[in-house]
Design a protein around this ligand. Sequence first.
Ligand code: ADP
Ligand code: MG
Length: 682
Amino acid sequence: MADLTTDVRYVKGVGEQRAKALEKLSIRTLGDLISYFPRAYDDRRTRKKIRDLEEGESACVEAMVAAPPTLSRIRRGLELVKLRAVDETGALDVTFFNQPYWRDSLKAGETYTFFGKAEVSGRKRSMANPLVEREGSRLMTGRIMPIYPLTAGVSQLTLVKAVTQGLDACRGLLPDPLPDRVRLDHQLCRAGYAYDQIHFPDSEEELAIARRRLVFEELFLLAIGLKRLRRRRDGLTCQPWEDTELVPFYEALPFALTGAQRRAIEDVRGDVASGRPMNRLVQGDVGSGKTMVAAAAMVCAARNGRQSALMVPTEILAEQHFRGLSPLLEGLGVSCALLTGAVAAKARRSVLAGLESGRIQAVIGTHALIGEAVAYRDLGLVVTDEQHRFGVAQRSALSAKGERPHLLVMSATPIPRTLALIIYGDLDVSVIDQLPPGRQKIDTFAVTGAYRQRIYRFLDKEIAAGRQAYLICSLVEESGGAPDDRKAAAAYAQTLQTQVFPHLRVACVHGRMKPKEKEAVMSAFSAGEIHILVSTTVVEVGVDVPNATVMVVENAERFGLSQLHQLRGRVGRGRHKSYCILISDSRNEETRARLKVMTRTADGFQIAEEDLRLRGPGDFFGQRQHGLPALKAADLTCDMALLREAQDAAAALLEEDPELAEHPLTARRVEEMFSGGEGALN
Ligand code: ADP
Ligand code: MG
């Protein structure tokens, strides 16, 4: 008797070998297997007689192999199997490239189904590399085929077979996590039907019915999980903080805060005084001044005798924040320290001792802050900046170093409104929807490489006027990525320095540099000693050099729109007119359209929605940027209405049965969805 937690290797027809391969796709149980949904479908239902085949059309043909196939070796590395197949209307010439096994596996006189793209020239009809199976087999042909995301060592056929077996194994035992009432009220099909049809749909209509049900289920379970999380959190209490006089803080700033910044700070003050742990997201476009909200919160913590930690994703950013915040905080009597992987042993020991004794009240750093050796005397506030760069695990590791500390997360990744609806289910949100005064529009251009000389001349002019420029030349992320990318950056910088701008100072920074070197380059750039900074995307988040006015991005097509928006946000931070130039030689229309979006709008939210529309939600969920469980079925670009329905249904069910006592299966599925530490937002 199988159930969904059965190890996939025990599914009939799978076995050890395949189970190992499936493991690579994180398919470990029968449940994983049948929830491994196709990413697309290929309609192979069209059946044709040979005579009726049309040029370029994909179709199935039932035909008999007329004579034994022949194998010929054209040259090294090219083997051809040729055969002629016939039906009552004509002959089809079939060629296989480098698939010699077909010579022996296809027998003259036998009938097979060939599926492929027909080529027609005169009366001659042919197919190259068709799919072939025994007449009547219908495993790969004659129906709407699922197309699965694959990995090395797992073929479509392997998955098709395994899923078919898996569905067979579940027949009749698929429990339904949706209560009957909910299913009927919302006109959803049964689980078993949905799983069958999502993999092997009989028609487009049936696929739509299946999808609707599975998406609903997923959103429903997600909504229940988030609502319960929130309720659990609402039940927690902590010592309310004394209200802090912030006037000295405001007076210490070189500028007046915007209304939006003040509102966010007020929200934070309200939270920390409430007697419940704060769980707040501060969302604001790049340059909106989120750092000041963090600073205010850190002052409040210190005034209440509590420590605070500000965690950022990169060393560059940590150092920059430290440079910016420590004079401000120290000036207000808050002792401040920096802790990153780059801090030397001796200084490090002193910081660790200071945190443990409580001498240090505010610490700014990277994930070094959650290192095992780090102990806090009394961590009362955890701030994470650019929260999308952190896994939930890292964030909770930091929280775990205190006793129910207040949590403040800051993000410039504008979350599309659809996603927001879900995510905000668990976080309180302050939106900073106002930029500091005096910011000018950043003129943005999307051009081809043909403009490069003109761009260089333009850079020259800006730099002569006292400004600085960024030049982004690769897509490498700080972790992973091809090693050549940093070479590319270094080589590019070298060329610019020697051949284009011998009279200027050009430097290069990339994620694999030693922290010390990186810091040296960044602070030289900050200080205006470097004119042009060639970089990989390490400058993407948070870097703040107001004198830089030009951002040039090479191979702009490699970036997502939101990422480009982040990059663009590195300029236009001071009082000088700024520019962003996106270079791409891509002829792809969609790409050009994408880049055009950047020239049209400066609104991060609009860009994020456009990004979601153009690239699909895979990127949002794929990268797990939001600390939500990965969704398998839901496509949030078009499931807005269904999302509302599912949320209402979830609320109604919890109203009726808050502990899900009468819906144990629903409870278990929610639990599973949020297990593994990845799910919870806190
Ligand atoms: P982000 O929201 O992208 O993190 P930052 O906090 O880095 O933005 O602020 C961007 C720049 O704007 C910084 O140079 C900061 O000093 C400056 N800034 C922040 N708030 C204001 C304000 N109210 N008026 C003027 N400049 C401000
Ligand atoms: Mg920032």
